[in-house]
Design a protein around this ligand. Structure first.
Ligand SMILES: O=c1ccn([C@@H]2O[C@H](COP(=O)(O)OP(=O)(O)O[C@H]3O[C@H](CO)[C@@H](O)[C@H](O)[C@H]3O)[C@@H](O)[C@H]2O)c(=O)[nH]1
Ligand SMILES: C[C@H]1CC[C@@H]2C(C(=O)O)=CO[C@@H](O)[C@@H]21
Length: 636
């Protein structure tokens, strides 16, 4: 076996390392090609203990000499090998050739704390174990004190947090996780291994949570989808449906096998709003569960009323095989929805959550969202990332069915304020699934105040090439400067043949990047407005800053959020169900110019209310305290 350090620091001369011609270059990849197809799928487990990162790979039938363990590019652990095909004798007849042969290659970017010079590897019974020791984490004084206390008393309650493994959900749940750690609770966040890999690659969870030492851990399960599944656009519900299929048994194993690792066993589960498969497991174990739905109250409520909407004949919204551009224009889409109490004068059919845009009410995705939402009422409590002054009337409607409702948002700024209260500096830590391009900050520094419209459609939206071009022309023709996030995977079809005039317009007045540190961008003084898909996190981030918004909702809760932004809070404009360069140009001019003052006034008012909610004595502050008291009472 080739073991580090013998291969240390030099590039392998092995020809199959050239197989890394993959867009996910630094991701675990399998070499491709006919010969290697089965063996290439060699599975690797990666676990992190307090002392080390431990990788285990199944390599049955391989000799030590046939396996290589290397560290490349400073911090990329590479495990590779080759199993040769059995020699064919002239007179042999093969009835079956199922056993795999060929090459395999897996690569893992190691986190900063890995001691790459001390890697050890061993093989036993067809399992390769690679151990990468970790640097000791230096903890600030405040945590040392906390730890000292903990060693003398019983460990605090242990809360398991289980988000839908998507960017918006993970961001909100990580904020809650950090708030709970700050309050002295122990927390494990359960992610899909796919999402965990993305975070390991692009985010800085280690440095963010290092101050909490063993109070914060990550656990992973598989989402059941292949690595090359897009996990975006119209395929997004596959994640929820797949986890529903494969998540239950994995969740049970995790709960049954977990001995807490020096911590208490899990004493309470906080789960995302669509993961009811976890309920039987925790119920059997006598563990209370709390839902945290990471969307607005104003979109949760119509979801909760879906049966009433169906009974009133107000869905389905689409006819068979009707395309988007046709049903967008239908008069019926402007009819008021009568079956959502308290929203009768507000919601048109086009404003209810876009999962209702189905041809058939038996659509599995739609049914799943409907039944999952109803199950929220079984939980001990419901957490929403919102605040009373923003959504009071809707929260009151929900409380008629779910009295134990905690509005504790906006969580991202609540966390910052709590860190400040404890004298901890809250520097920017990335939780991003994509690499943040920080050059945009220097570019923003060079722009005049309030002159830039920031454009981002979040982590799931997919644009057709036509839509891309309509937005692009609209932005360039508006004459305003723009910073536009276009994720690498977000355009359907190729991006060739971009008309010269918009490329030239962008060179003069625009910057397009793949992903940004959004909170920093929104808080930058040169940003004057936010063209957004109205994802709930983006909406809250815009509200906290007090920036006027132009909304182009793509799916899910966004169609309702954008209605509230424009008609209830009056802090922005809604251009849902259109995608036309002339209209976009006009709306950009309105939000950046003609109507900016009026929108800004309301936006600043709402930003102040948001601040009030999270300050001592504010509604979210008090609700959070009550919630934490509840968690502290959940010792098993
Ligand atoms: O360049 C970028 C773009 C976005 N973000 C962050 O990514 C998050 C995006 O979240 P959100 O605005 O909620 O959008 P989605 O990622 O699309 O969120 C999904 O999940 C939300 C609930 O959590 C729902 O409200 C959305 O409809 C759903 O699409 C926000 O925190 C942004 O700050 C960045 O850091 N950099
Ligand atoms: C993929 C979607 C399933 C439900 C999630 C959601 C919600 O209502 O909680 C909103 O948008 C999407 O992120 C999720």
């Amino acid at each position: 076996m080739s073991l580090i350090p013998s291969f240390f620091g030099r590039r392998s001369s092995d020809p199959f390392s050239l197989d890394l011609l993959d867009p996910f270059r630094d991701w675990p990849v399998a070499s491709s090609g006919h010969e290697t197809s089965q063996f290439a799928a060699t599975r690797v487990d990666w676990k992190e203990t307090p002392e080390a990162h431990v990788f285990k790979a199944d390599v049955p039938g391989l000799k030590k000499e046939e396996v290589k363990v290397e560290v490349e590019e400073g911090n990329v652990l590479q495990i590779s090998g080759e199993r040769s095909r059995e020699k064919e004798e002239k007179n042999d007849t093969w009835h079956r050739v199922e056993r795999s042969s060929g090459k395999f290659l897996r690569r893992f970017r190691l986190p900063e704390n890995a001691k790459v010079e001390q890697v050890k590897a061993s093989m036993e019974n067809g399992v390769l174990t690679v151990t990468v020791p970790k640097e000791e984490v230096k903890k600030p004084e405040i945590e040392t004190k906390m730890l000292k206390q903990e060693t003398t008393v019983t460990p605090p309650p242990h809360i398991l947090i289980f988000p839908v493994p998507l960017q918006g959900h993970v961001n909100s749940m990580l904020n809650l996780a950090e708030i709970l750690c700050l309050s002295g609770l122990h927390v494990t966040i359960l992610l899909s291994d796919y999402t965990h890999r993305r975070l390991l690659r692009h985010a800085s969870l280690d440095s963010r949570f290092s101050r909490y030492a063993t109070a914060f851990r990550v656990a992973t399960i598989s989402d059941g989808l292949p690595d090359d599944h897009p996990r975006s656009g119209h395929r997004i519900l596959d994640i929820v449906l797949s986890l529903k299929e494969v998540g239950g048994p994995q969740f049970r194993r995790l709960m049954e096998s977990s001995d807490g690792g020096g911590r208490q066993r899990v004493s309470c589960l906080i789960m995302d709003g669509v993961f009811s498969f976890a309920i039987p497991v925790v119920e059997e174990m006598g563990i209370p569960f709390v839902y945290f739905r990471t969307i607005s109250a104003c979109s949760f409520w119509p979801y909760f009323c879906i049966q009433e909407i169906i009974d009133a004949g107000e869905v389905p919204l689409k006819d068979k095989n009707e395309d988007k551009l046709t049903f967008w224009k239908k008069k019926e889409m402007d009819l008021m929805v009568t079956s959502v109490p308290g929203m009768e004068k507000l919601l048109r059919r086009r404003d209810i959550p876009a999962f209702c845009r189905v041809e058939d009410v038996n659509d599995p995705g739609f049914q799943s969202i409907k039944t999952e939402t109803k199950k929220t009422a079984q939980a001990t409590a419901l957490i929403l990332n919102t605040f009373e002054d923003l959504e009071g009337p809707v929260l009151d409607q929900i409380r008629k069915h779910i009295p134990n409702l905690y509005s504790i948002g906006p969580l991202h700024s609540h966390l910052k304020s709590l860190l400040k209260e404890k004298g901890i500096e809250s520097s920017h830590h990335s939780s991003s699934f994509w690499k943040e391009d920080n050059t945009c900050i220097a570019w923003l520094d060079s722009q005049p105040p309030n002159s830039v419209i920031y454009v981002s459609f979040g982590s799931i939206t997919m644009l057709t090439k036509d839509e891309l071009l309509e937005f692009w022309y609209g932005l360039v023709n508006s004459g305003y400067t723009f910073l536009w996030v276009v994720r690498p995977d977000s355009v359907i079809g190729d991006r060739d043949e971009i008309p010269v005039e918009i490329e030239e317009g962008t060179r003069l007045r625009g910057l397009m990047v793949e992903w940004v540190p959004q909170e920093l961008v929104l808080g930058h003084e040169s940003v004057g407005a936010f063209l957004t898909h109205s994802g709930w996190n983006s909406t809250l981030e815009g509200i906290v800053i007090g920036v006027p918004m132009l909304c182009w909702p793509y799916f899910a809760d966004q169609t309702t959020n954008s209605r509230f932004v424009s008609e209830v809070w009056e802090i922005g404009l809604d251009m849902k169900d259109t995608c036309d360069r002339v209209l976009i140009e006009r709306m950009v001019r309105e939000v950046m110019g003609v109507r900016r003052e009026e929108l800004l006034k309301k936006a600043c008012g709402m930003a102040n209310l948001a601040k009030k909610a999270i300050c001592e004595g504010g509604s979210s502050y008090m609700n959070l305290n009550r919630l934490i008291e509840f968690f502290k009472s959940t010792v098993l």
